[in-house]
Design a binder for this molecule. Structure first.
Ligand code: NCD
Length: 321
């Protein structure tokens, strides 16, 4: 049996264990899980930077990437993560080209795909779809975005960049701006940051795009200028056009928030500016040159976080037929 350098880990025997089998929402992740995952991601990041060969922790494993909704970063970084760990990928880029189009349930789809892969990453426009797929799945399911509900792997990637650039996860003032009503990345991010003490949230959005139930004590405003000088992190999001029942309503809010170098003039020098991407109108490209801009690094580092997830979530395939 081949031995790998991360604590002698093998594909059959991952030594560090996580408390969850499926990753359906940020609430599945304990603080211990989070630290295990971020530490492993940091190790992959260092290895990549040093040119150290990456332990092939997923050799012989197959990831099924089932995407029923548009994606660039999430799908590519999952696929790249699996390939970098020596695994392979089978993927449905257009989920509606699958038997789901013929009326097959997500539960049946999960059951069937379980026989062909070792892990599933799924993105789907319906809230609860990852849970439905996991119901009959015999292999771990990772929610890569279910409608306006959750996007837990994005939140893990976000915490990785916050920890990397700020050196800590507690004692931070975090501003979150844009679409707080439909943004799934925001929902998962707020849950994960909630594991840490002394996080003060400021939510900045058009009144119609506010969060339904912001955490207690949070500042809620429609003016960035009210809070910009206090922030350690500013996390900006896209207005989620595809979630609006009424396209006219989207038109009224699509330009409600655009960040320019001027609007950041009073930001702390060591504030970090993040965005899950893609951006549309929310960040003027002139902002990219500012020292606070970290969204491209945030996206690039996500691959190390997804590598950590795949390496630590994989299980020996249960063949029962
Ligand atoms: C986010 C998503 O899909 O929710 N994108 C991503 O995964 N990086 C954010 C968005 O689409 O606005």
């Amino acid at each position: 049996m081949q031995t790998f350098k991360h604590n002698g880990e093998t594909a059959e025997n991952p030594p560090e264990s996580l408390s969850f089998r499926h990753l359906l929402g940020a609430g599945d992740i304990s603080k211990a899980d989070l630290e295990t995952l971020l530490d492993r991601a940091a190790q992959y990041h260092i290895d990549a930077r040093n040119g150290t060969p990456i332990a092939q922790a997923c050799a012989g494993r197959i990831l099924a990437a089932l995407f029923f909704e548009a994606s660039t970063r999430t799908r590519f970084s999952f696929e790249s993560a699996m390939l970098r760990l020596g695994g392979q990928v089978i993927s449905l880029e257009q989920g509606m080209a699958s038997s789901v189009k013929k009326g097959e349930s997500l539960a049946d789809t999960g059951r069937i795909v379980s026989a062909y892969a070792d892990l599933i990453a799924v993105r789907h426009p319906d809230a609860g779809s990852a849970a439905a797929l996991a119901m009959e799945s015999r292999i771990p399911v990772i929610n890569a975005g279910d409608g306006a509900n959750e996007h837990p792997t994005q939140a893990l990637a976000d915490l990785y960049t916050i920890r990397h650039d700020k050196g800590r996860l507690g004692a931070l003032t975090v501003g979150i701006a844009g679409d707080l009503k439909y943004g799934r990345a925001v929902r998962s991010l707020v849950t994960l940051l909630g594991l840490y003490p002394d996080i003060r949230f400021a939510f900045i959005s058009h009144p119609s795009l506010r969060m339904a139930a912001p955490p207690e004590g949070a500042t809620v405003t429609d003016k960035l200028a009210d809070v910009i000088g206090d922030l350690d992190v500013l996390y900006v999001t896209r207005v989620q056009k595809e979630r609006f029942a009424d396209p006219a309503e989207y038109e009224t809010v699509k330009n409600a928030f655009t960040l320019t170098p001027e609007s950041l003039a009073r930001a702390k020098k060591d504030m970090i500016l993040m965005h899950p991407l893609p951006r549309v109108n929310e960040i003027d490209p002139a902002v990219d040159a500012l020292p606070q801009a970290r969204y491209f690094e945030q996206a690039a580092r996500a691959v190390f976080v997804r590598m950590a997830l795949l390496a630590l979530m994989q299980k020996p395939m249960p063949v029962t037929i």
